[in-house]
Design a binder for this molecule. Sequence first.
Ligand code: PLP
Length: 233
Amino acid sequence: MLQSVITEHIAKVRQQVEQACYKFGRNPSQVKILAVSKTQPVEAIRSAASTGQLAFGENYLQEALQKQQALADLPELEWHFIGAVQSNKTREIAENFAWLHTLDRQKIAQRLNNQRPESLPKLKVLIQVNVSNEASKAGVLATEVIAFAKQLVKLPRLELCGLMCIPKATEDMTEQRQAFAQLASLQTELNQALPGLNLSTLSMGMSSDLDAAIAEGSTLVRIGTAIFGARKT
Ligand SMILES: *Cc1c(COP(=O)(O)O)cnc(C)c1O
């Protein structure tokens, strides 16, 4: 996709975020945009970066590592891993990312903690919550989040920052908001259960439900299609 088109898309997404913030009484400085660049070429990431978009989300590890290498001349980029984590891939995630959004297993957390290099800051992690209670879906069940968080805070090389969800897709804004409201209230509960933790990141909202997510308190929207266009599958 042309640089000019990506620039225009990013301006539109920023405007949509600002308008949603205005509409729902949120402060736009508290909603960060993560550009989801999975399957998109390195040049598309360069185009986005040239507009000041510095946070990128990737789902597939080998693809992400190749892009990071090709973009090593841009050390200001902040890389978020947002895909499923296999336990044999934890070392490369621990060594090459600033954030992980999809933490849902103690064994993975333990490995990441052991493998996070001392030369890097703590790995920022979000607990992925299965808010739709879908049997097939990744994520911790809402009822298990507090117990899982209590384990995570014992790991010194991980920094628990908040929660993330990918609700069941629906075009109904009321339903979208219900799922996001559930994640937000879970975060409130967690902050009460673990005082001093002060979790503040809610990674929720994608291209098609970002207004609903902002209405319910999202601080990090993960936007792919609206920035880079449809993915070739
Ligand atoms: C692909 C993906 C996105 C971006 O989705 P769009 O609908 O293209 O904005 C966001 N979050 C996760 C976890 C994804 O896998």
